[in-house]
Design a protein around this ligand. Structure first.
Ligand code: NAD
Ligand code: TYD
Length: 344
């Protein structure tokens, strides 16, 4: 099978490529990624020389490029997106371009090139915000996105389903809760807090730290995507969750404890505008129909993640200092140029 992975230089996409090539070594993967601030080819060093792996630098909004890239592909797994809520609050333009327009371009290319099987990666944030006593989200929950990020993801989910109903494009969708693990960009709360503590800096909790997220280890998410690709029903949506709801304060205390630091390292800062109170996922459908459930216990996943950041200081220090972009500019391409350079 030949798979086009979009956004494979980001956090979940790069973990997916490692997962897939290990489990299905005879499949081939083309990773198409624009290498925005969040895309980092360091994440793929271990597969760079694998003959079944190829990288294309490109924007999913580039119709001509995408039409070329999908030729001969059996499956598209679409991770590429602008993914950080705080950035979407500062400026939503890139979010509409990548998440909405980029998804449309990909869908059209899939439709016009033999109706290529299309799996769309989405988030629980499209469902809005739960009260403390509300039941978790499931596949029937009405959409109620409340940040520019989640609104753009919601739009992309609707487009994907519209292409199924209108054009019979063989799609599936997954909505997953908050991921954590190796290669996560240190702007998201877990890697930000781990790396801040390693640098001796405080960890900024928004508001009072009472907001709740459900945490899932990235490999569990990717195992769910695998299950959908192999056993999912075309046209269907599956919710994935980690069965691990934590307030941000409880999460922070766990990180502090595992890193041997005290609560004096917490700094309470201004709250995020429109900060969703709580996300939680009911993944019964995935469990019953795909035989999927998250396997990694939060404490084990968090220990593994902290270890990874301890052992890969250069990776995140380069990011925090901004040096990594210079490296790619020098060694691979000029990001401002239009031309696409293929590595490997
Ligand atoms: P990320 O920000 O780490 O990676 C996104 C990748 O997409 C980057 O490599 C970036 O260069 C690439 N990209 C962005 N715009 C592009 C464009 N126009 N063309 C080509 N490539 C582009 O994000 P992530 O956390 O790995 O998230 C991946 C997907 O999973 C997203 O669709 C996100 O909405 C979804 N998701 C994330 C989480 C989470 O907790 N991180 C949870 C559920 C769903
Ligand atoms: P984040 O990792 O940005 O993911 P999302 O907003 O997509 O859920 O944030 C997770 C939670 O942590 C969210 O409730 C906001 C909070 N948070 C902080 O308290 N401080 C921070 O510095 C960041 C980045 C997030």
């Amino acid at each position: 099978m030949k798979i086009l992975v979009t956004g494979g230089a980001g956090f979940i996409g790069s973990n997916f490529i490692h997962y897939w090539l290990k489990k299905y070594p005879t499949d081939s993967i083309v990773n198409l990624d624009a290498l925005t601030y969040a895309g980092n080819l360091e994440n793929l060093r271990a597969v760079e020389n694998n003959k079944n792996y190829k990288f294309i630098k490109g924007d999913i909004g580039d119709t001509e490029l995408i039409n070329d890239a999908v030729k001969g592909v059996d499956l598209i797994v679409h991770f590429a997106a602008e993914s950080h809520v705080d950035r979407s609050i500062m400026d939503s333009g890139d979010f509409i371009h990548a998440n909405v327009e980029g998804t449309r371009v990909l869908l059209d290319a899939a439709k016009n090139n033999g109706r290529i099987r299309f799996h769309h990666i989405s988030t629980d944030e499209v469902f809005g915000s739960l009260g403390l006593k509300d039941k978790p989200f499931n596949e029937n929950t009405a959409y109620d996105p409340r940040s520019p990020y989640s609104a753009s993801k919601a739009a992309s989910d609707h487009l994907v389903r519209a292409y199924f109903h209108t054009y019979k494009l063989p799609i599936t969708v997954s909505n997953c809760s908050n991921n954590y693990g190796p290669f996560q960009f240190p702007e998201k709360v877990i890697p930000l807090f781990i790396t801040n503590l390693m640098e001796g800096k405080k960890v900024p909790i928004y508001g009072q730290g009472g907001n709740i997220r459900d945490w899932i280890y990235v490999d569990d998410h990717n195992a769910g995507v695998d299950a959908i690709i192999k056993r999912g029903e075309i046209g269907e949506t599956y919710c994935f969750g980690g069965n691990c709801e934590l307030t941000n304060l409880a999460l922070t205390k766990k990180i502090l404890k595992l890193m041997g630091r005290g609560e004096e390292m917490i700094e309470y800062v201004a709250d995020r505008p429109g900060h969703d109170l709580r996300y939680a996922m009911d993944y019964k459908k995935a469990k019953n129909e795909l035989g999927w459930a998250p396997k990694v216990k939060f404490k084990d996943g968090l220990i593994k993640t902290i270890e990874w950041y301890k052992n890969n200081k250069a990776w995140w220090q380069n990011i925090k200092s901004g040096e990594y972009k210079q490296y790619y500019k020098k060694n691979y391409f000029d990001r401002t140029g239009k031309s696409v350079r293929t590595i490997n």
